[in-house]
Design a protein. Structure first.
Length: 451
């Protein structure tokens, strides 16, 4: 019985450890945590930059200032023995409707190219080389918004026409500040080359085999003036094998809408109103996915326990009689039933905890969204109050000016009064006195003549 318990515990632990394993990250080909560095030169040991690219608050920015283009290229290459790998980069665009007219000038690129097939000084292709041997992943609004995947053999310059792409998927990235995650994965043994956007399949084929060449990675972008669009690079990570997210497809991106595949049938799974999923929709899908994974992942463990039970039931016990063997088998069966019941209880408890955790995350997201909306409402209210104060100030200023204009004519009579009082009145008095004096003088002269 102790042996059975140990074996069962070992199987459970092995399943948990196996499920928690994660591929090794290639630190030389992955960008470091950009929030932890404060200078672009910190990247010089493994990367070199070109054009107008700068570091600001944990992101690499490419905009229309200075030269209007920029790029960053790895100094290291993918391991030449790599038959499996996963590359994941996160970007964000600030484009709006005004930037649609620059669809043929603005663009963001990710390159996977042969190290000896391109000139890093060639920036004619949205800040990157126009001639190369490898793959190019272009995001712009020309012809259709979204991602276009191109392959070139290095003998000609790429034209970036959607008709020449090996794959594309439509999605809108304007009027949103939400980052997008692009994941490129390759497996020679599984015979796949796959591109995902936010965990949804954009492109997948078994017709591509990548030779074991020295492959360099690059990110480049171009923004023409006077466009205000800018591209943010938030993350670039490389793993030496397939990651769980690369293996698991949450949905299929078709014409800008996300569809889920169930039992080899493509059905519409809660169609969103636009190409991006809301936080609540992603939480709902994650909850359903975790519940489904629990049901699937626990079946092998139960099958192994049943197999162990059958093997133990068939083992003979030396020195024991058939009756004793039957009793022992009954005891083992009872213990196995109890163990299975305990395991079922543990599974139910674990499922409940997962549901509570997801509910907590959903509530937290709702709370955050509510707080953001409340803050936005407060800001709008403050803006209205500021506008009201400005209007009130202008009204007061207008009233003061009007009052000054009304008081100006009243000052003239006061001035006339002052002039009459202090100038004209003394003159009149002086004239009167002089007239009296002259009159008296004439009267005296006449009087003297008469005498």
């Amino acid at each position: 019985m102790k042996l059975l318990s140990c074996v069962s515990a070992a199987l459970v632990c092995f399943g948990l450890v196996q499920g928690s394993s994660y591929p090794k990250k290639d630190e030389e080909l992955s960008l470091p945590a950009l929030l932890k560095i404060d200078k672009l030169k910190t990247l010089d040991s493994h990367w070199y930059t070109s054009g107008n690219i700068r570091l600001d608050n944990g992101r690499l920015i490419i905009d229309s200032s200075n030269e209007g283009y920029g790029g960053i290229w790895s100094k290291q290459t993918l391991k030449p023995t790599s038959d499996e790998w996963t590359i994941e980069y996160v970007f964000r665009s600030t484009a709006n409707e005004e930037d649609l007219k620059y669809g043929d000038k603005n663009g963001f690129l990710f390159f996977m190219v042969n190290a000896d097939s391109f000139d890093v000084k060639n920036t004619a292709n949205f800040g990157g080389p126009s001639k190369f041997d490898g793959f190019q992943f272009l995001i712009n609004n020309k012809e259709q918004p979204g991602l276009k995947i191109f392959n070139n053999d290095g003998t000609k310059e790429i034209a970036n026409q959607i008709s020449e792409s090996i794959g594309n998927c439509r999605f809108s990235f304007i009027n949103t500040d939400v980052p997008f995650t692009i994941r490129v994965s390759y497996s020679k043994s599984r015979k796949w080359f796959k591109v995902q956007i936010d965990n949804n399949v954009c492109f997948k084929t078994d017709k591509i085999t990548i030779p074991l060449n020295l492959i360099k990675l690059g990110l480049a972008g171009s923004v023409t003036s006077p466009s205000k669009e800018l591209y943010d690079v938030l993350k670039l990570s490389v793993w030496d094998s397939l990651t769980p997210d690369a293996i698991d497809d949450h949905g299929i991106l078709v014409d800008g809408r996300i569809k889920a595949a169930v039992k080899q049938e493509v059905v519409q799974a809660h169609p969103p109103t636009q190409g991006r999923q809301s936080i609540m929709e992603k939480n709902r899908q994650l909850r359903e996915q975790l519940t489904g994974q629990q049901k699937v992942d626990l079946q092998p463990v139960l099958q192994r326990l049943d197999g162990l039970q059958k093997l133990i039931n068939g083992l003979p016990h030396p020195g024991s009689t058939p009756v004793q063997d039957n009793n022992n088998n009954d005891n083992i069966n009872e213990q196995m039933i109890k163990l299975q019941e305990s395991f079922e209880d543990f599974k139910i408890t674990l499922t409940g905890q997962f549901k509570e955790l997801l509910q907590g995350i959903s509530q937290l997201n709702e709370k955050v969204i509510g707080e953001v909306r409340e803050q936005q409402s407060n800001i709008e209210e403050i803006g209205k109050k500021v506008d009201l104060l400005m209007n009130h100030h202008k009204e007061i200023q207008y009233q003061n000016q009007k009052q000054d204009r009304m008081e100006s004519p009243r000052d003239n009579p006061d001035l006339i009064k002052v002039i009459i009082k202090w100038i004209l009145l003394p003159i009149a008095i002086s004239i009167l006195i002089l007239s009296i004096f002259i009159f008296r003088l004439r009267h005296d002269i006449k009087h003297s003549k008469l005498l």
